[in-house]
Write a protein that binds this ligand. Structure first.
Ligand code: HEC
Ligand code: HEC
Ligand code: HEC
Length: 125
């Protein structure tokens, strides 16, 4: 499937989720709610553009040494931590991890967590 196809599918499913889950014969992703008042950008913007934001931040850090706090991966994972029964944040190995909520569904695979920690304490590679 094309990238845009995947994206449209997820968006469709997310909006259908709020409207009427019962109409769907297949499970759609339920995205764990983030902490705090709001995301670093508009939620709708984040849904479609989080990858650009992350990759842009990575390039700025790696190539220019710029490290704004808000868009660091650790910050994302802090607000978006999903806790297990022992109240410990789950890692990307766990299907409940925030970053897998949509990715599993849309068959997106990312390699970020082969270097970065997927739990919030220290996502620094
Ligand atoms: C201050 C806490 C906070 C930080 C930091 C934060 N978020 Fe969010 N994020 C939220 C909240 C609150 C929402 C909207 C409510 C919700 O989760 O549905 C949200 C929404 C999102 C969504 C859309 C979820 C949906 O329901 O469709 C994505 C994707 C996302 N954030 C990714 C990120 C990424 C990537 C970063 C780091 C660049 C980040 N967030 C940083 C709190 C945060
Ligand atoms: C609201 C659903 C949703 C959430 C939550 C989400 N993603 Fe995504 N992500 C997607 C979709 C859909 C794509 C595929 C878009 C495309 O193919 O262009 C994607 C693609 C990506 C990509 C680009 C992959 C590639 O090869 O092009 C990265 C990087 C990424 N996400 C990182 C993250 C991280 C890190 C988190 C957790 C902080 C996260 N995403 C949470 C829906 C989400
Ligand atoms: C080969 C190892 C490696 C992989 C894979 C990798 N990164 Fe990084 N990333 C680094 C290193 C090293 C830095 C620089 C850290 C510093 O200097 O603070 C970095 C920095 C970053 C930063 C800015 C600093 C921070 O703490 O957040 C972001 C955002 C980021 N990477 C996101 C990603 C995303 C998203 C992916 C997956 C698409 C990814 N990285 C994959 C090694 C990696």
């Amino acid at each position: 499937m094309t990238k845009i196809g995947k994206l449209l599918m997820v968006l469709l499913l997310l909006s259908a989720g709020s409207a009427s889950a019962a109409d769907w014969k297949v499970p759609f992703p339920s995205v764990p709610k983030g902490d705090g008042e709001a995301c670093v950008r508009d939620t709708a913007f984040m849904r479609t553009n989080h990858m650009e934001l992350l990759l842009h931040q990575r390039d700025e850090t790696v190539h220019q040494g710029v490290r704004p706090k808000q868009t660091a991966l650790t910050e994302c994972l802090t607000c978006h931590a999903v806790k297990d029964q022992a109240a410990k944040p789950v890692t990307y190995k766990d299907p409940k991890h925030f970053c897998r909520a949509c990715h599993d569904y849309a068959a997106v695979s990312i390699d970020c967590f082969s270097c970065h920690n997927s739990a919030p304490e220290s996502s620094k590679p």
